[in-house]
Design a protein around this ligand. Sequence first.
Ligand SMILES: NC(=O)C1=CN([C@@H]2O[C@H](COP(=O)(O)OP(=O)(O)OC[C@H]3O[C@@H](n4cnc5c(N)ncnc54)[C@H](O)[C@@H]3O)[C@@H](O)[C@H]2O)C=CC1
Ligand SMILES: O=C(O)CCC(=O)C(=O)O
Length: 524
Amino acid sequence: MFRILVSDAISEEGLAPLRKSEQIEIVQKKVTEAEDRLHEFDALLVRSATKVTEELLSKMPNLKIIGRAGVGVDNIDVEAATKRGIVVINAPNGNTVSAAEHTFAMMAALVRHIPQAHVSVKSREWNRSAFVGTELQGKHLGIIGFGRIGSEVAKRARAFGMIVHVYDPFLTKERAEKLGVSIHTLDEVLACSDIITVHTPLTKETKGLLGEKNLAKTKKGVYLINCARGGIIDEKALIPFLQSGHVAGVALDVFEQEPPGDHPLFAFDNVIVTPHLGASTVEAQLNVATQVAEEVLQFLEGKPVTSSINLPTLSKDVYEKIQAFYNLAKKMGMIASQYMNIPVQELSVTYAGTVADLETTYITRSLLAGFLRPRVASTVNEVNAAMIAKERGITYGEKFSDETHGYANCISLTVQGENKTFTIKGTHIPNYGDRIVHFDGFTIDFAPEGHLLYIQHQDRPGMIGKVGNILGEHQVNIATMQVGRQQAGGKAIMMLSLDKPIDDALLQKLTEIEDIETAKRVEV
Ligand SMILES: NC(=O)C1=CN([C@@H]2O[C@H](COP(=O)(O)OP(=O)(O)OC[C@H]3O[C@@H](n4cnc5c(N)ncnc54)[C@H](O)[C@@H]3O)[C@@H](O)[C@H]2O)C=CC1
Ligand SMILES: O=C(O)CCC(=O)C(=O)O
C-alpha cells in the first residue's frame, strides 16, 4: 500500500486518478493532526500553507515524494529533501493564467481605487471625486521576472495598450523577441515605469529587490504590485515611500509572513491586499492537483517524473530510450563499488555508440547511485547521489568516445581509488540483455545480476575443478561461469553466478587454494 498525506486544501476532482488506484490510501489531514501516523506516508501533497521543514522530514522516514500543487517551493526545504533522496515535484504551469489574471485584477483595482470605493459605497457614501483613477492605456508597465506569469501579464498589458518594459537577467534575446518585449536593466525599468509588478521566485537575489535603494530609483507616483512572493518588495522599506506619496499605491497578494496579522501597511488606504489568492480559481486548482496526481502515479509505477525540482527532468519518450542503459549503469556502479572496496576519489564514465546520443545525465546519476548504495547506510538514489558523492569527496564526470569495442553501445566506468584504478565496460543488447564485456583488464562476457563470485588466479590446469569442488562441498550451486585470461599461463579470471550468496568463511577457503590471488563476492 502506498500512503499519501494531503496536508493542504487540494482539488478533490484533481485527486481522482489517485483515488482510483487500489494500491493507494489517501489521508486528508494537516501534518500537525497526523503526528501519530507521519512515519507511514510515502507521499506528501501540499500547497503553500504546510511548511515542509527538516524537522518534519525527520518524522517521515518513509517519504519518497513531495508534491507541491503549485509553483513556488519556498515552503519546502528542498535541500533537506534532496539529502534524504526524496523527489520534490511541482505543478509549474497549472496556475499561470490565474496568477496573471489576478495580477491584472489587482492592477485595475489599484489604479481605479476599486476596493476603497467599494467600502465607501457600502458605508452609505457617494463620493465620486475621492476615487478619480488613471487609465492603463499608454502607461509604462515594468515587469521584473519574465517567466510564465510575467509573460502572461505582458500579453494582457499589451491588449490594454500599455508599453511593457522587462527586467529578467536570465531572459535570452531570442525569447524576448519571440514574446515581443525588449530587455532592460533593472535601473531602466525602475526609472521608466508607471506601474511595476514582480514575478520572480523568492531567492537570495530577489529578497528585498524592491528595498529602500531601488524604491528611490522609481518614478514619483509609481504603483507597485506583488503577486509573486512576500519579501520581494521589502514591506518595511515601503512605509516612508507611501508616507511621502512617492509610491502612489501598492497591491499585495503575498506577504513576508503569512498570514500577516496586524500589518503596519494596512494603515494606508492606498495599500490593497488579498490573502494569497493568485492561484485560487477552480481552474487553477484543478490543473495543479491533476498535474501533481498524475506525477505521483507515474512515480508509483516506477516511471520518471517530469516536473521535479531536484532531478533532471525527463520526458516519457526519453525515459523509454534510456531505461535499459539506466539499469545497466546502476548494476555497473554496484559491481565496481563492491569490487573496489577501498576509498575512491573519482569516477569517470565514458559513453560510446548509440548510448552517447541519449540523455546521459540521468544514466550517470543512476550509475553514481548504484556505486554509492553499497557504501552508504542511508537511502541513496538518483535524487541525492550527486550530493552524497560530493559530501564524500568523490568527483565524477562524463566523456564521450567512438570506441564501442565492436558493440552497438558501450558504457565504460573507470574508478580511481587509492593506489588502484579499475575499469569495467558494459553493453546492452536488445532482446538479449546486459553484458559486462571488460573487467579489470580482462575481456569477458557475463550478465551483471544475482550472486556473483569473482576469482583471479594463475592460468593453470584444474583451477575450475578446485573451485567447483569447494563450492559443491558447501552445497553452493553454480548457475553460470565465464572465464577470461590475458595470455596462456598468465593471469586469468572466473566470474561465477551462484544460486545463493556465500559467507566469509567460504570466501576465505577459496582464497587459500594455491594459485588463487583474489576471490570477491559481488551482489547485484
Ligand atoms: N500569488 C500566487 O498565488 C502565485 C504566486 N506564484 C509565484 O509567482 C512567481 C513567478 O512564477 P512563474 O512565472 O511561474 O515562475 P517562472 O520560473 O516561470 O518565472 C520566474 C522568472 O523570474 C526570473 N528571475 C529569477 N531571478 C530573477 C532576478 N534576480 N531578477 C529578475 N528576474 C529573475 C527567472 O529568470 C524567470 O524567468 C513565483 O514566485 C511563484 O511562486 C505563482 C503562482 C501563484
Ligand atoms: O497554493 C496556492 O494557492 C499558492 C500558489 C502559489 O503561490 C504558487 O503556486 O507559487
